[in-house]
Ligand binder design. Structure first.
Ligand code: NAP
Length: 199
């Protein structure tokens, strides 16, 4: 299973760090190209390499962590998705104003899913601050919890397995319409709940 990351900012780099800690290979990308990522990948270690957006997006699992208003550009003109998995780690709010986007009653992941037609979208890795996500998931005698949701159970099982492999405790919140809503920021009940599963 190959993993690509689109977005190398706070959340993209935090996800890459969790993979690197487990020795899992991935290609990370941003809008400026691989040369701008030299320092980051040196810091992350040998399992993470820098690539173009297109290279990252060709992977079996594509983790997307881009500023909300930049998602259409970041996801435009990529190879057909053909059932590949997209992990939507995004929230519909943006620095510096942090003004919530008007989703017109929709779940943000459903809007992201429209930008990646044919992909199997799993919402995950969006409910914690980047520094907490990047930290060791073993905490307080248990494992830090990550929520995930999606409409394709096989895709969800693959993301669940990845979550376990990198040391977190995954909790399935159901379909996107239910779980996406609970976990999205703002509006959901779960963002910033830094929970640890004991046992
Ligand atoms: N920060 C958090 O604690 C946090 C927590 C949960 C969820 N989130 C969500 O995660 C997403 C990313 O947030 P962040 O804090 O990581 O943002 P960030 O630090 O500003 O990073 C955004 C990344 O998106 C990349 N990007 C922008 N346009 C692109 C394009 N056209 N093609 C490829 N890459 C592009 C940027 O690359 P360049 O710099 O090269 O333009 C940058 O690497 C947002 O949706 C946010 O709501 C953030």
């Amino acid at each position: 299973m190959t993993i690509g990351i689109v977005g190398s900012g706070a959340i993209g780099a935090a996800f890459a760090r969790t993979l690197a800690r487990a020795g899992i290979q991935a290609t990370i990308s941003n809008s400026r190209g691989p040369d701008s990522l030299k320092e980051l990948v040196r810091d992350l270690g040998p399992s993470i390499k820098a690539g173009t957006r297109e290279e990252a997006a060709r992977s079996d699992v594509v983790f997307v962590a881009v500023n909300w208003t930049k998602l259409p550009a970041a996801l435009a003109g990529l190879p057909d998705w053909n059932g590949r998995i997209v992990i939507d780690a995004n929230n519909p709010i943006e620095a510096p104003l942090f003004k919530p986007v008007d989703l017109k009653g929709r779940v943000s992941s459903e809007i992201v899913a429209e930008l990646v037609p044919g992909a199997r979208v799993v919402k995950a890795f969006n409910h914690l601050r980047a520094d907490i996500l990047a930290a060791d998931p073993r905490a307080d005698g248990g494992r830090r919890v990550l929520f995930y949701s999606g409409d394709d159970n096989t895709a969800k099982a693959e993301v669940a397995a990845l979550i376990e492999r990198i040391g977190f405790a995954g909790i399935d919140l159901g379909p996107l319409a239910v779980g996406g809503k609970l976990a999205q920021f703002p509006g959901g009940a779960l963002p910033n709940q830094n929970l640890v599963k004991i046992g």
